[in-house]
Design a protein around this ligand. Structure first.
Ligand SMILES: [Mn+2]
Length: 325
């Protein structure tokens, strides 16, 4: 594929001229992926261009019922002749989509610093808080304002990816965009409640187990928490309910890197989430075939939680002994 540098206006121009659109998001889509997709669907709707969010069978879209129009989601690959807008995905294989033998134009819109620049048109802004924020930039370049439902989804996407406006990716532009969305009628309190205050008792119990068993590495500069199937069973929590744990670990004073090792029900056996306040955890994740952002990354492994934890302990001890302190 040709790789062209594209600016915001080039992608906005392409959005105006394209005939038929397939949108795609990364596997295990998060709220930024869904928010960006909802925003793009709304913009293409206003432009009068047919657009469908194409997702592989079995991929769960969070808040799908409330944030995405039901007739805009299809469990199929892109159709011939559709231009594929890939959202929030660092690479083509990471898409929650089996492209099969589909070939066509690809537009890559993302904020991951390790994005492989895979599209015919590439709009990658690593400094953006979220792909949802970039979609808002596109809306303004097109002189369009998202409808209220799309504005809510975009605001939710920004809130989610920025850790509710506190990660280092949160800039003045992020706040300006959030203000713009709030002015479009987003009830920011309602979104906060919906995103962060709907935890189940099981999720809180699960967090308690993870925190109680956490281990310290490198004199407390790294923390590792492990959740096994037994922890999920004892707390009565579902797989996706471990989300708050890494953030809780990260809030500990004097900690540079935190890791959460989660044992899965099926395969891969283990998923690891990494967060840091400076050290490059995406490089660490890449050594195990994973990736992500400098300060937020992850990988998967088929070893036992214990084996992965041992590997992490020594890798983190090495990383923090070489990193400037
Ligand atoms: Mn994102």
């Amino acid at each position: 594929m040709r790789v062209l540098a594209a600016d915001l206006d080039a992608v906005a121009r392409r959005m105006r001229s394209v005939d038929r659109v397939a949108l795609a998001v990364h596997e295990q889509p998060d709220l930024d992926a869904v928010g960006a997709a909802a925003g793009m669907l709304d913009l293409f709707g206003q432009l009068g261009t047919p657009a469908t969010l194409c997702v592989a069978e079995g991929e769960l879209l969070p808040f799908e019922e409330s944030m995405l129009p039901s007739d805009a989601v299809a469990r199929r690959p892109p159709a011939p002749g559709e231009t594929l807008f890939a959202l929030d995905s660092g690479s083509l294989p990471r898409l929650a989509l089996d492209l099969g033998d589909w070939r066509g134009e690809v537009v890559d819109i993302d904020h991951h610093h390790d994005n492989t620049r895979f599209g015919d048109l590439v709009l990658v802004r690593p400094q953006a808080s979220s792909t949802s924020e970039i979609v808002c930039d596109l809306a303004r370049a097109l002189e369009l304002t998202p409808g209220r439902a799309a504005a809510i989804a975009l605001y939710a996407g920004i809130s989610f990816d920025s850790g509710h406006f506190r990660h280092t990716s949160t800039s003045a532009a992020t706040f300006a965009t959030a203000a713009w969305l709030a002015a479009l009628g987003v009830d920011v309190t309602a979104v906060y409640r919906e995103l962060y205050e709907r935890r189940s008792p099981g999720a809180v119990r699960l967090e308690g187990r993870a925190l109680a068993g956490m281990r310290t590495v490198a004199d407390g500069r790294a923390l590792i928490a492990v959740l096994t199937r037994a922890d999920y069973a004892a707390s009565g929590a579902a797989d996706h309910e471990a989300e708050g744990v890494v953030e809780r670990l990260r809030a500990v004073d004097g900690v540079d890197v935190v890791a959460l090792v989660k044992e899965q029900e099926g395969s891969p056996r283990v998923r690891v989430s990494l967060r840091s306040s400076g050290a490059d955890v995406s490089a660490l994740a890449a050594r195990r075939g994973g990736g992500g952002h400098v300060q937020a990354a992850g990988f998967e492994a088929d070893e036992s939680p214990e084996e992965v934890t041992e590997w992490l302990s020594s890798a983190l001890a090495r990383l923090l002994s070489t990193a400037s302190s």
